[in-house]
Design a protein around this ligand. Structure first.
Ligand code: SF4
Length: 80
């Protein structure tokens, strides 16, 4: 059976970091984190982490930046 909850929740800032408890946190959880595979595959944080293993803490699930733009910035900043 498909896991409803995103496997990244234990370390995701939406649940445990700077994005926890904001005005939009519950909406993000419903749309992405608790919406099965379809939900998390739309999440920019999930998409970036699937490619390079991590995602900067300030990237929102609905970030307008593309995965490639985020990864490019991470490389410039020496994060990866
Ligand atoms: S914000 Fe994205 S990566 Fe984080 S738990 Fe939710 S779906 Fe997973």
């Amino acid at each position: 059976m498909e896991a409803v909850l995103c496997p990244k929740t234990p370390k995701c800032p939406i649940f445990h970091g700077i994005l926890k408890g904001t005005e939009y946190t519950d909406t993000y959880k419903k749309l992405y984190c608790e919406a099965g595979e379809d939900g998390r595959l739309k999440c920019r944080r999930f998409q970036v982490a699937e490619k390079v293993g991590i995602c900067p803490p300030d990237i929102l699930p609905n970030s307008v930046k593309t995965v490639d733009e985020i990864i490019e910035k991470m490389k410039k900043e020496g994060i990866i």
